[in-house]
Structures are given as C-alpha cells and as structure tokens.
Design a protein around this ligand. Structure first.
Ligand code: ADE
Ligand code: ZN
Ligand code: ZN
Length: 266
C-alpha cells in the first residue's frame, strides 16, 4: 500500500509539473547561459572558469531555483521578479520592496563580483545567482503585476492541462518545443552587428522597462480561463527565442564589462 501511495504521489507531482518548478524552466535558463558563454571575452571566460572551477554557465544556471525550497535561502525568493506599479513611470528604489527584487538582486550580484575584498565562495554564489536572474529578467511575466503574482494567478488551459500564463511563458512553450538547451542556443537568430550592439546597449533599467512593456501586451492578449495551444505557441515562440538570446547577450555584456574593468585596474 505504501508503495502504491508513493507511486501515486510521484504521478501526481510529475503530471502537475509540481517537481519541475520555477522561472524560464531549466532549459530556458540553460539556453540563456550557454548563449552568454559563447559571447564572453577571453578575459571574462578565464576569470569565470577560475571562479566556477572549470564548469560552464549553463551548469549553474538553475542554482537560484534549486535553493528556493531550502529555508536558509528563503529570503532570496523575491529576488526573482520585480513588480513595478503599472501606473508608475519608472522604478524608484526608495519605493521598491525592502525584501529585495530583481533589480536590486542584479545590482547586488554585479557589486559583489566587482569587489576585490570578497571571498571566492561568495563570488561564486553571486555569479550563479546573476546567471539565473538575467534570464528571469527576460521572461516578461517576471516584470508583471503584483496583484496576480506576475500572471501566476491567471489560470489558463495549456492544450488539455491546467496551467497559468506565467508558467506558459516560463516553461510550457519551451518544453512543448522539445529542443535541448544547446539546440536553442545554436538556433538563435543571426544578428547584424548593429542589432547585436543595440541589444547589448542600454542600462539594466532599460531592459526592465522593455520586459515590462512586453508583459503589458501579453496581459492584454489573455483572459482568465482561456484555452491556449498551437496558435498561441506559434505566435509567441519567436519572442521566446529572442528573449533567450537577448538575455544571453546581455549577461555576456555584464560579465565582459565586469572583467574588462578589473583588468584595467590592475
Ligand atoms: N513569482 C512569484 N511571485 C511573483 C510576482 N509577484 N511577480 C512575478 N513573478 C512571481
Ligand atoms: Zn517564473
Ligand atoms: Zn528565477
């Protein structure tokens, strides 16, 4: 009987996606990390190899999700998203949550990586967090509304299964596509130099506002209880791929800048 209950619990967990959890989903975060890895300068690559003991960025991309259930790391939960009031013109740090948010998280990670007085293990922790958070920033619903928890409370049907619009963007579309993270990283759009430069330009807040504007459009295109399937996926999958690519190129830019500055200091 015990065995039967255990098997039943496993089936329920896997069919509801209970065990998979969180954010772009493992594949999306790894794809963004791999794209970043492929766009590092030699200086940044060498410094990161040293910090991660030779492991790649894709290998650590889901660490921030994996620690979520550990009570010791619960305080990092709100660092995965930022909900700016839809009526607010801009992000104001003084009005932001003192539990932290995605903007404060990314700033903190960058500050730690630039700080020469921080231990290797602390730098390693914040590098892993940064790789993940820059991915989150490019999932539009991670910059959504607080009242519906970034779309988590907007229930939809994904083909014949229950889901919500946040999860459709985190993982349902990517999983349905059935490409590995390396296939996603290889099949990015070929960019002109100008397009690439334009993606990598701007500041963190520009990228937040871009994601937030996308979220507004996506909110307007979905209703509670709506059934979503092929047509939604084919309409939005190009955007998903573009967002994974932008996240990767911008993560590379952040890391290249951190280690370029370091070199010129010494
Ligand atoms: N995940 C959990 N809560 C969230 C929120 N308020 N906004 C975006 N993503 C979330
Ligand atoms: Zn998410
Ligand atoms: Zn996350």
């Amino acid at each position: 009987m015990k065995k039967f209950l255990f098997a039943l619990a496993l089936i329920i967990c896997s069919s509801t996606g209970f065990a998979s959890g969180g954010d772009w989903g493992k594949t999306g975060h790894r794809a963004t990390a791999e794209i970043a890895e492929n766009n590092l300068t030699d200086k940044a690559k060498n410094a990161i190899d040293e910090l991660l003991n030779g492991y790649g960025l894709a290998f650590v991309a889901n660490y921030a999700d994996d620690i979520k259930s550990d009570p010791d790391y619960r305080k990092y939960g709100p660092w995965h998203y930022v909900n700016i009031d839809p009526d607010a013109e801009e992000y104001v740090l003084e009005e932001a949550s003192d539990r932290g948010d995605l903007v404060q998280a990314i700033r903190k990670c960058i500050a730690v990586l630039k700080d020469d007085n921080v231990s290797k293990s602390e730098k390693q922790f914040y590098l892993k967090m940064l790789v993940h958070f820059v991915g989150d920033l490019h999932q539009p619903f991670h910059t959504g509304h607080s009242e519906d928890k970034g779309g988590n409370d907007i229930q939809v049907r994904w083909f014949n299964d229950g889901s919500n619009i946040h999860r459709v963007w985190d993982s349902e579309m990517i999983n349905f596509y059935q490409m590995s993270y390396t296939e996603l990283a290889i099949n990015t759009r070929t960019l002109t130099k100008k397009e690439r430069k334009s993606i990598q330009s701007g500041k963190l807040l520009d990228w937040v506002y871009e994601s937030r504007a996308m979220a507004e459009d996506l909110y307007a295109g979905v209703e509670n209880g709506q059934k979503l399937g092929y047509s939604y996926m084919y309409e939005h999958m190009p955007t998903v791929l573009d967002q994974l690519q932008k996240g990767g190129l911008r993560l590379a830019k952040i890391l290249n800048d951190i280690y370029a500055e370091k070199e010129s200091e010494s």
